[in-house]
Design a binder for this molecule. Structure first.
Ligand SMILES: Cc1ncc(COP(=O)(O)O)c(C=O)c1O
Length: 389
């Protein structure tokens, strides 16, 4: 048997990793500015993370949600404080799609409705309801296309009001990313999020903020939506909260009522997962990583904006999208092959994403800026057809 080949793979086989670097078997170091899709938040193999996970493994790795789970309670307490949502509840799952699926389900249970409002460019995962609200037609199978959804243009206040005027009483939920990641780091404006919040409240609709990519401190605040000063009813988290361990969850506003069996999972929130997420939260607080991400991100984006050939730099903190004049695929390939640097692509083909560990050093950020400058001037000085793809 072989792996089902659904992924285009880089010619890179990492065998170890530390901080912001991956290493291959020959000992070559690769600067990781992508973190495996925004997952690595406190750095690869962080010593506190390794110690806590190892110690947990030596005691008990797993038991299902049928016994007392003090680690889950400790994590809920920590994340509540760290994020500014101490009055919300915490339900743990294993992936971002599962978190969104459960948020949509909870909104539907609570309201008795099934229609969902979603937005152009939104990306919420590959399970059934989550993929149906995702704006990426090739990954929606016929079996996923049965959900009742309304898709409105992001950041269009008139269209938003019109969608609520037409179907507000049928919406169970509205789902939006704190900052759209896969689309190419596109930010909902504060005015758009505030109006969405107002309309959801007026029509009894649960507002779900998908912070799977933009959350866990990446933008310099715990959640990207906090820059707009709103409070959602449900917030989904994954990726960065586990630093590579598959952990995800949803924060649930106090007005939702739980009953036994309403939601469930075998793996979510078991001992190892909770210990991994606790280790991440501890390092984030202790090393003040959100402040570092905010500071470094601002400096880095200013430096990137000043480069000739850069059309636009979008984002906040260490969630950065850089738009170039042409497709970024040749640049990504050269960054890896010639400079051993990993950067991310985006749905928008002229944009690459920088989603490094939140404790990336200023030196590494500068090194990348210098490399980008060299590559952009090199591309500008040779005919387009001869740029190595
Ligand atoms: C905003 C957002 N939501 C949900 C998901 C799905 O997460 P997962 O792949 O863990 O299911 C992703 C994955 O990239 C994402 O970026």
């Amino acid at each position: 048997m072989k792996p089902f080949p659904v992924y285009p793979l880089f010619d890179l086989t990492p065998v170890s990793a530390e901080g912001s670097y991956l290493y291959d078997a020959a000992g070559n170091a690769f600067l990781d500015l992508y973190g495996g899709h925004a997952v690595i938040s406190i750095g690869h193999s962080h010593p506190h993370f390794v110690r806590r996970v190892r110690e947990q493994l030596e005691h008990i790795a797993f038991y299902s949600n049928s016994v007392q789970m003090p680690l889950q309670e400790q994590l809920a307490e920590r994340l509540g404080t760290l994020s500014g949502y101490p009055d919300y509840s915490w339900f743990m799952v294993s992936t971002g799609a599962e978190a969104n699926e459960n948020a949509l389900k909870l909104a539907s249970f609570a309201s008795g409705r099934k229609q969902v409002l979603c937005f152009t460019g939104g990306w919420h995962g590959r399970t059934s309801a989550a993929v149906s609200v995702t704006d990426d037609a090739p990954i929606v199978a016929p079996i996923n296309a049965q959900h009742a959804i309304t898709r409105a243009p992001l950041n269009d206040l008139e269209a938003l009001r019109a969608a609520f005027a037409q179907s507000g009483s049928q919406f169970a939920a509205a789902i939006v990313e704190g900052i759209q990641g896969v689309a190419g780091v596109i930010e909902p404006t504060p005015a758009f999020l505030q109006e969405l919040r107002r309309l959801c409240t007026e029509h009894g609709v649960a507002l779900i903020l998908d912070e799977v990519q933009s959350g866990a401190g990446r933008t310099g605040r715990y959640f990207a939506h906090q820059w707009a000063g709103i409070r959602p009813d449900l917030i989904t988290l994954a990726k960065g909260i586990g630093n590579g361990f598959p952990v995800a969850g949803l924060m649930i506003a106090p007005h939702f009522e739980a009953r036994h069996g309403l939601l469930g999972t075998t793996f979510g929130g078991a001992h190892l997962a909770a210990a991994a997420a606790l280790a991440v939260a501890e390092v984030m607080a202790q090393d003040d990583l959100m402040a570092h991400a905010a500071r470094l991100g601002e400096q880095w984006m200013a430096a990137l904006r000043a480069l000739p050939g850069v059309v636009e730099v979008r984002g906040r903190g260490l969630m950065i999208g850089v738009q170039l004049e042409g497709p970024v695929a040749p640049l990504r390939n050269r960054m890896l092959a010639a400079h051993r640097v990993l950067i991310g692509s985006a749905g928008q083909k002229h944009t690459f994403r920088l989603l490094p560990a939140l404790n990336l050093s200023a030196n590494d950020a500068e090194r990348f800026t210098d490399l980008l400058k060299t590559e952009l001037s090199r591309a500008a000085s040779v005919p387009a057809a001869s740029v190595v793809a």
